[in-house]
Design a protein. Sequence first.
Length: 216
Amino acid sequence: MAQRVGSPPGRSAWIDISRPLGEATPVWPGDRPFALDTTVAGRVASSSFSASCHVGTHVDAPCHLDPTAGGVDTIPLERLIGSAEVIAITAGLAAPEHLPAGWCPATPRVLLRSDSHPLDAPIGPGFTALDARLVHWLADHGVELVGIDTPSVDPFEADALPAHFALLERGMTWVEGLWLGGVAPGRYELVALPMPMVGTDAAPVRAVLRPHASPA
């Protein structure tokens, strides 16, 4: 279940929707796993880490698909902060016809909960991914950011990466590897900030949600 973290009195708690990073965190086959090296001198600990930029919950940058495009540091912050909507999907390859009946995006950020990739599950075939038609449908309805609770917006076997390239074509931002277990569909405030790594094609994200404030 997603972890709830403290908020000031009178406000709903923030919900951590990031996958924890550790040496057991699964990575894409062939990618560098997360590794932590700590030295202790007296009472002072000093650590370093190494990992794939696509480890755990992460945001892809345009240069992941186009080497001439911008890195993570060029993604506008306002794209990553603001109103978001969580919806549930169950299809293996999610297309417009698999969206809830009559649903249209109410926010420019949509997070897809599939429950198809458990915490600590190895990365391989079988998780929910996006049909490129759904990417275009969401873009046509004003969506600027798409998040998904699986390792990739494309199926494990999809070498051509049609959903990735559709997102790039439409100028959208995408966050992969969210953890939405226990998060009910509905409106939320989202903060999904990556590490400010200059020029990288991806970066780990600490993503949190808070239920959308009801009108006074």
